[in-house]
Design a protein around this ligand. Structure first.
Ligand code: G3H
Ligand code: 13P
Ligand code: NA
Ligand code: ZN
Length: 328
């Protein structure tokens, strides 16, 4: 059934596990996530970005989720708006039937300018008031996602800013987080700890200076009852990069967020872990490989099947690694 994300995150907190939130925009991705969840008995968070809603179109996004609910009625599923850039976007998602929304007030509505703290509080509070009336969960974001190696911001959602920032801007402040949660009433809080979106997160396997797991611990000590969210949490597996490279793709050297660091974060209050890039890498690698090995084939189902299968394998792994097995 469709459930609020709050319900899923509360259960995860009570039982000490984390839930991957997978970005979806098409049929094969939805099927991959749902099949993996069904196999291991995991709860599901499907999330759609503004770009996903635009790519598929509103009716298709809505009915892809409806189809998942119809085919897997026994799986508790939250449908989440990822990176809502304004209260209007969040309202649109609620009207479409989403059970959870993210008001990302870390940037202004243009998606580029770093917002003031007061702006972030105001728009997030507005969304909480609107959403909670109808049982919809709200995720806020405090701090600017971006790299502690380059000290540049992350172009979230392909917009964002790559402006140079200070270490303090790139790390969520625990005191401010407490004030933010109190003033807005958010259910979940996305925090900045050195991760960024996309495949190019780190130039080396990250250590504590560029991936601040300690900051999560400090935030969790200050607001132990708030569910924490990690964005930019793809692990960017080297073997997926290799498959892409071996079949004509160009991927530069890069490192993602190691699964063991996410597991440590889950011990300290992280309940929702956002993953998009790993699914993109898995599908692209599978399609490149299939195309290279079967140049005579032209039925899209022939290459979308291995792509869907590769996505399923990644989703299944993350469900198991984050402790979701047998939770439903
Ligand atoms: O927030 C970023 C997600 O990976 C979604 O990306 O805006 O290209 O759909 P997108
Ligand atoms: P990745 O690009 O690391 O998969 O992060 C996705 C994300 O945070 C979506 O909001
Ligand atoms: Na989100
Ligand atoms: Zn994100």
């Amino acid at each position: 059934p469709l459930v609020s994300m709050r319900q899923l995150l509360d259960h995860a907190a009570e039982n000490g596990y984390g839930i991957p939130a997978f970005n979806v925009n098409n049929l094969e991705q939805v099927q991959a996530v749902m099949t993996a969840a069904d196999e291991v008995g995991a709860p599901v968070i499907l999330q759609a970005s503004a770009g996903a809603r635009k790519y598929a179109g509103e009716p298709f996004i809505k009915h892809l989720i409806q189809a998942a609910l119809e085919q897997w009625p026994h799986i508790p599923l939250a449908m989440h708006q990822d990176h809502g850039q304004s209260p209007a976007v969040c309202k649109g998602a609620i009207d479409l039937g989403f059970s959870s929304v993210m008001m990302d007030g870390s940037l202004e509505a243009d998606g580029k300018t770093i917002a003031s703290y007061d702006y972030n509080v105001r728009v997030t509070r507005e969304v909480v008031e609107m959403a909670h009336k109808v049982g919809v969960t709200v995720e806020g974001e405090l701090g600017c996602l971006g790299s502690l190696e380059t000290m540049r911001g992350d172009k979230e959602d392909g917009h964002g800013t790559d402006a140079t920032m200070t270490r303090e801007q790139l790390l969520t402040d625990p005191e401010q987080a407490a004030d933010f949660v109190e003033r807005t009433g958010v259910d979940a809080l996305a925090i900045a700890i050195g991760t960024s979106h996309g495949a190019y997160k780190f130039s080396r396997k990250p250590t504590g200076d560029i991936l601040a797991i300690d900051r999560i611990k400090e935030i969790n000590r200050r607001i132990p009852n708030t569910h924490l969210v990690m964005h930019g949490s793809s692990s960017v597996p080297q073997e997926l990069l290799e498959i892409i490279r071996q079949h004509g793709g160009q991927m530069k050297e890069t490192y993602g967020v190691p699964v063991e660091e996410i597991q440590e974060a889950i011990k300290h209050g992280v309940r929702k872990i956002n993953i998009d890039t790993d699914i993109r890498l898995a599908m692209t690698g599978a399609i490149r490989k299939y195309m290279a090995e079967n140049p005579e084939k032209f039925d899209p189902r022939d290459y979308l099947k291995p792509a869907r299968e590769a996505a399923r394998v990644v989703c299944r792994q993350r469900y198991l690694e984050f402790g979701c097995e047998g939770r439903v």
